[in-house]
Design a binder for this molecule. Structure first.
Ligand code: ARG
Ligand code: GLU
Length: 739
């Protein structure tokens, strides 16, 4: 049962206890002794270097991996993946919006991405009369395609190693601030130079390997991108939060857009006269189907990973940050669920807020469990011991110790920052009070903005949830923040009220914002009341404390850390080369930073637990098994039920008479890979990436080929939905299908 699956996850919480600084250090020292012994028995080489299927590779350097890819089944060349001389697959991949990936599938600019990536556009065009989220949307003609203000897609024109240009003028005697300044100026000059043609060109310079290398990314950005189609949420978001990060999965997470250009195929702002963009390259869509063991490769824009960090950084995530954040969010989610279960109106108000809270909540659970299971902290400690030994007498001597010391100094501040973000900053009424106060503090008072801010706030606000959450999260704050880290303001309030509950009682009855009618009568003359409001004071006092007592320290120490990591990164590569030769060095790939990458692997199931094996594909039959008109997340459209009953699958059924829906593979992905094309050995599109399995979300820190799986929509389900559910087969006709 889906709800059981969720409970299953929640059971993995480790008990939260107050972690004092001494305790932390004690456990740590003990571990160190143990691992030193363990280290003697462990082969350290290979602990850090990439293993099978791990890695997010730079497309321009893919020739270094191509032999491995070909040995694993890939039938194309490096030039087919990335080339600046001829059309290559990179020309069919785009950065979609600010954090997703999309791919071209027709000669007329038709683009695929996830439903959750196009969600805000679909929502924006929805109204009570045309509820595209609920009912889906399909443009039956080009005229019906809907423009989207602010949405852009970017094609990568080229990427180049520009390290020598960016570091031109660098002297080893420079301070880090001077280096930052130099990098900034050199980058700006280069960006200006390469984008001077205009015409949609946009460039960024990105640091790789903590600034050991700099790459220029030159993009051409199109801003006339129109919504073409989206399935109803009951398909596109099927399984909702319950199935999120889960396998087996049955979500039809896709939406379709079309890129428009001017008559010369150049970027142009929206105009009726624009014409469909003609891509240099688009993906052919494979209907052949996938099976376990097939080679797959993903091309997209992964957002952020930290694969090379020190054991102390990992320990903080696993033992402190993730468990505490998960615990606090569990309390909030339980409260939201309680009220959402009691009222349909509240369910609608909080569904998107809850999704935001639940997404990272679930991911962190998998992350900490995965790190623990892999014993990453101990493995890294053993590696660090070996590194230290090797580093003696080199420029890297003392580096590991230095990083360790920075983490120790940083930890109480990171902890305070995590608590601040997960407690104080989540109080809705306080956020609203702050937004309003900002309007009153602006040079000119904007009455319309005030009105908009308040109506947006109240539209999705349910005070009992906020108040109960306040009590829950602030009680955690009280319990888990050491006294010396608490702001004076907080202590005074606790002195005054005696308990968080009494404080909440007062705040939630006396704040102006507790009373919508009262808040909506605020005028310019009420500035004093606005700045004296207890919800505002709560937010503001904590903000002041955070900005003076925490932020300056986290900033400084993180800068020190970045700097030390720049050396440590180089050190790790040199160490690998010393142990494993050239191959050791080449196993390193830069951490993800929302730049275009290639990852490759194969279609494969996994063992989530002892005695259990998950098959790599799911089918429409699974959707019907989950279908339940009583449960919002599992209530499928009636016509899908009818199609299933009549087995009216047309040409989309597989050899077993089933319609495939999703599959999993071993490609190394992260947030930002949503919407990325999953490509077969011949370069054809077989799926659209949209998630990972929660048991493998530690892959942002450490990749386990046994259990890390990305989840993709099978393109055959997309074709089936377009054809059978939406009756929009003109869109399929535009594509090139191959089998
Ligand atoms: N877990 C996926 C990601 O991180 C999907 C999130 C959207 N879907 C959802 N049910 N919240 O983006
Ligand atoms: N859903 C994620 C995204 O929006 C992809 C899942 C992941 O983190 O791998 O990018």
């Amino acid at each position: 049962m889906p709800s059981d699956m969720k409970c299953n996850i929640a059971q993995h919480h480790i008990p939260i206890k107050r972690i004092t600084r001494q305790e932390k250090i004690k456990t740590n020292d003990m571990k160190k002794t143990l691992t030193t012994i363990a280290a003697a028995f462990m082969a350290f080489a290979g602990c850090i270097t990439a293993r099978a299927d791990e890695g997010m590779w730079l497309p321009s350097l893919i020739s270094q991996r191509i032999t491995d890819m070909q040995e694993k089944g890939f039938r194309l060349s490096a030039e087919d993946i990335y080339s600046i001389n001829q059309a290559s697959l990179k020309d069919a991949v785009v950065l979609f919006g600010r954090g997703c990936t999309g791919e071209l599938v027709s000669p007329e600019g038709l683009l695929l991405t996830n439903h959750h990536c196009g969600y805000s556009q679909i929502q924006q065009h929805s109204s009570v009369e045309h509820d595209y989220l609920r009912d889906g949307f399909w443009a039956m003609t080009r005229e019906e395609e809907l423009p989207n203000k602010g949405l852009t897609v970017s094609f990568l024109e080229r990427m180049d190693d520009v390290t020598s240009i960016i570091l031109k003028g660098y002297e080893p005697t420079m301070t880090e601030d001077q280096r930052v300044e130099l990098v900034k100026n050199n980058s700006q000059a280069l960006i200006e130079e390469v984008t001077k043609e205009g015409n949609g060109l946009r460039a960024t310079v990105e640091a790789l390997y903590y600034g050991n290398q700099y790459f220029l990314f030159l993009y051409r950005e199109y801003s006339d991108v129109r919504l073409v189609g989206a399935p109803p949420s009951s398909i596109g978001k099927f399984g909702g939060e319950t199935d999120n990060w889960m396998w087996p999965r049955h979500t039809g997470d896709f939406s379709m857009f079309r890129i428009y250009a001017d008559k010369d195929n150049n970027p142009a702002p929206y105009s009726k006269d624009n014409v469909p963009y003609k891509p240099k390259k688009y993906f052919k869509v494979s209907t052949k189907g996938v099976k376990e063991g097939d080679f797959t490769f993903i091309y997209g824009f992964p957002g952020s990973t930290r694969e090379y960090i020190h054991s102390e950084g990992v320990r903080y995530i696993e033992e402190i940050s993730d468990p505490h954040k998960v615990h606090i969010r569990t309390l909030r989610l339980d409260i939201m669920n309680k009220y959402m279960g009691q009222s349909q109106a509240v369910r609608i108000q909080y569904s998107s807020k809850k999704a935001g809270v639940a997404n990272a909540w679930k991911k962190w659970q998998g992350e900490m469990k995965g790190i623990r299971k892999m014993k990453t902290v101990a493995t890294k400690q053993a590696y660090e011991t070996a590194f230290k030994k090797w580093a003696k007498g080199t420029e890297y001597e003392g580096l590991v110790e230095k990083i360790d010391a920075i983490y120790r100094e940083l930890e109480p501040y990171s902890y305070a920052a995590d608590y601040y973000t997960e407690t104080v900053r989540t109080v809705e009424i306080a956020n609203a009070a702050m937004s309003v106060a900002r309007i009153f503090s602006a040079e000119t008072f904007d009455a319309r903005r005030l009105e908009e801010t308040l109506s947006a706030f109240y539209k999705d606000y349910h005070l009992p949830i906020d108040k109960e959450c306040f009590i829950a999260v602030m009680n955690e704050y009280e319990k888990n923040m050491p006294a010396e880290s608490k702001p004076e303001y907080y202590k005074a309030q606790m002195e005054k009220y005696g308990s968080i509950a009494a404080w909440a009682e007062d705040l939630f009855s006396n704040s102006i914002y507790a009373d919508r009618a009262k808040a909506q009568t605020l005028t310019e003359a009420d500035k004093e009341a606005v700045l004296a409001d207890p919800a505002f004071i709560f937010f503001n006092e904590f903000l002041k404390w955070y900005s003076t007592e925490v932020l300056p320290h986290t900033r400084r120490l993180n800068q020190d850390l970045q700097l030390a990591y720049r050396d440590y990164m180089r050190g790790q590569m040199d160490f690998a080369e010393a142990t494993d030769g050239k191959a050791g060095r080449e196993a390193f790939y830069p951490d993800a930073n929302l730049t275009l990458r290639v990852a490759y692997g194969k279609i494969q199931g996994y063992n989530p637990a002892d005695g259990v094996y998950y098959e790599p594909s799911s089918t429409l039959t699974g959707i019907i098994e989950k279908d339940n008109p009583e449960i919002f997340d599992y209530n499928i459209p009636q016509n899908l039920r009818d199609i299933y009953a009549e087995k009216d699958f047309g040409r989309w059924a597989d050899g077993n008479g089933e319609v495939p829906v999703c599959f999993i593979a071993t490609n190394h992905t992260t947030g930002g890979n949503s919407g990325s094309p999953i490509i077969d050995a011949d370069g054809n599109l077989i799926g659209i990436n949209f998630d990972r399995v929660w048991e493998g979300t530690m892959s942002d820190i450490v990749f386990d080929p046994e259990i890390c799986r990305n989840i993709s929509l099978d393109v055959r389900y997309l074709l089936f939905v377009i054809d059978k559910v939406a009756d929009a087969d003109h869109l399929i006709e535009e594509m090139t299908l191959v089998d």
